[in-house]
Design a protein around this ligand. Sequence first.
Ligand code: PEP
Ligand code: MN
Length: 339
Amino acid sequence: MIIVLKPTATKDEIDHIVTMIQKVGLRTNISVGESNTIIGVIGDKTKLSNTPLASLASVDSIVQVSKPYKLASRDFHPDDSVFDISGVKVGGGNLAIMAGPCSVESEKQVMIIAEAVKKSGANMFRGGAFKPRTSPYAYQGMGEEGLKLLQKASRAFQLPVVTEVMDTADVSMIADYADILQIGTRNAQNFSLLKAVGRTQRAVLLKRGMSQTIEEWLMSAEYVLSEGNPRVILCERGIRTFETAYRNTLDLIALPVVREKSHLPVVVDPSHAAGKWQYVTPMALAAIVSGADGIEVEVHHDPAKSMSDGAQALKPELFDALMNEIRKIAPVIGVGKNL
Ligand code: PEP
Ligand code: MN
């Protein structure tokens, strides 16, 4: 259930309503929109039936959200959410350009790639230190050492860091180094992990599970939001289909669908969908045109020697060319003024 307040509602009136709700044992989530403040009520709403809530002068309307996800729903927050992530705005027509290697491999590697992507116009740096590999014999990442290198690159080039967290035990340690905690496709329904990142102050990049429906994906977002962390960025990265010519099927229609259903920003990772570098640029451009709030792209200065996902890595010059294309296309559709 959500309570939409009148634009004239004062702080005291809002506090009064919140206390009333909490007194009957329910939780609240307040969202301050451009025109109205909205209070989301979490829990058994019948407990409110004996309260004067509906007749309060500050209450405009009470809306029952019939969808299984509430805080992620556009009913709860009609305006697009815009997050400030260490000075970079995500959502609301800004384009988040997260670029960097699949895995952190060495100090030299992260510094070379961070410098290159910054120069081309990326505004965030991605890199995995804890890698979810299909094979236990494949490169597993540098762990905390890798996080230190990411932090070094972040400070040197003023790029907030996006990095994956795979284990609840590592969440607070990784949160000390990262600006955005990435939940990978394989953990998209690891509910303990979703709850754990929901209890941090860090923004979360939530990849879509490789066989998740859009509703299930939004339910995963709801797990994070319901723990009190409002900053969830959704990331479409391709879903598993019968097609084998590329790695995953990039579900671009998910973008307008998610936009309709949710206020959360949604970005696209064309790299893990493509699996081959040749397909990354066209899919990145298609994502922007389809309404993505940004992209997450793998870039490597020497893909042949990359410890993971070399086949899908863009070389810095190709990433630079992609950025030039984005800067041409974005103004035509009225986005990316931040680039
Ligand atoms: C990644 O971004 O490095 C990654 C492993 O992505 P995904 O979880 O989408 O496969
Ligand atoms: Mn990868």
